[in-house]
Design a protein around this ligand. Structure first.
Ligand code: SAM
Ligand code: SF4
Length: 339
């Protein structure tokens, strides 16, 4: 713990869940335009509304003082935020002091070749790389702007730097469901775990989500025709439920916000790049932390605003995807609060 830090006053929500995991969206911008995540013609926040890297550091530090043990930087694409490594280097002091157990990223991998060594140097041990297909043309179609080869080079660089990589794939009906076995063999063959995720109804996009949505219960049943999946108690602090794939010896996680309510064990909150705190990914209620952050150099106002917000963390989300409800369950895009 750094000099002058008080002992952690842990954050407990009204349902007795201890908040120990913070996700920070450091930018809403991205160098890809994945069809399920963003419209091609996205309007991003004006740069003047963003918290500076110093403000993000201060905000994260207060959460760490209040009991956050795991910090995940996400976005948008976190590695396209200007000078992001400055923030990572600053935050790594909390790893060194032992106050923070893990500093990690969710990234699309496009910038990894450039940053992998420096990330490892800052104590980043584990990252999630989002990758929905191994086919270059399909990759281009789903990300609109992405280049698969670049991501592959990035993954190689991360592995070479000794970072554990987990591959996250959003399961999309008729797009990558038939490819998941091949992706699984590829990931496990390279020593990477893999997680599949159900699409969530977040933000207006150009395509119909009911066409994309694939319940993972169906995917699992399909995979069981080829693989032996053994439930295991493995936990990473996130909402995935893991199985071991006996044929490959690797782990496969299922994140099922739609078919199985994963809220009862929720230990996390999220902040956006403008300092808005979301207590639940699937609800609109939020707290502005930028005003108390800027109102005083001391952290009392900020700390109080955080406590008040945690005090109204909801029990769970209300996501539904069906043909009757054409509107997304929450209007903000995933890139605002991060995955
Ligand atoms: N750009 C980074 C990336 O793609 O990894 C980090 C941000 S991205 C919003 C985080 C994760 O959310 C990615 O794995 C992405 O596939 C997933 N995602 C985006 N929109 C989603 C949606 N509507 N439903 C489910 N997952 C979504
Ligand atoms: Fe960008 Fe990630 Fe959203 Fe794809 S999923 S558009 S990479 S923020």
């Amino acid at each position: 713990m750094t000099a002058g830090m008080e002992r952690p006053m842990n954050m407990i929500d009204p349902f007795g869940r201890e908040i120990s995991y913070l996700r920070v969206s450091v930018t809403d911008r991205c160098d890809f335009r994945c069809t399920y995540c963003m419209a091609e013609d996205m309007t991003f926040l004006p740069k003047r509304d963003l918290l500076s890297l110093e403000e993000l550091d201060r905000l994260c530090t207060v959460f760490i003082e209040k009991g956050v043990k795991r910090l995940r930087l996400t976005g948008g694409e976190p590695l396209v935020r200007k000078n992001i490594m400055h923030l990572v280097r600053e935050l790594s002091r909390h790893l060194k002091s032992g106050a923070l157990e893990e500093l990690t990223f969710t990234t699309n991998g496009s910038q990894l070749a450039r940053f992998a060594n420096e990330l490892a140097d800052c104590g980043v041990r584990r990252i999630n790389v989002s990758l929905d297909t191994l086919d270059p043309d399909k990759f281009k179609a789903i990300t609109r702007w992405g280049d698969l080869q670049r991501v592959m080079t990035g993954i190689d660089a991360a592995l070479a730097a000794g970072i554990h990589v987990k591959i996250n794939a959003v399961a999309l009906k008729g797009f990558n469901d038939a490819e998941i076995p091949q992706m699984l063999r590829w990931a496990h063959g390279r020593g990477m775990d893999m997680t599949v995720i159900e699409t969530m109804p977040m933000g207006e996009i150009d395509v119909d989500r009911t066409d994309q949505y694939l319940p993972l219960s169906l995917l699992r049943a399909d995979l069981e025709k080829t693989f032996t999946l053994a439930d295991i108690p493995y936990k990473t602090g996130g909402p995935a439920r893991y199985v071991e794939v006996l044929e490959t010896g690797g782990r496969l996680g299922f994140i099922t916000p739609m078919t199985h309510n994963f809220c009862e064990s929720c230990n996390r909150v999220r902040i956006t790049c403008t300092g808005t705190l979301f207590m639940c990914l699937g609800q609109e209620d939020a707290a502005d932390l930028r005003s108390p952050l800027r109102a005083s150099e001391a952290n009392d106002l900020l700390s109080h605003a955080i406590d008040e917000a945690i005090g109204r963390k909801p029990k769970g989300h209300d996501f539904v995807i069906d043909r009757r409800s054409k509107r997304p369950a929450v209007l903000r895009h995933m890139s605002v609060t991060g995955g």
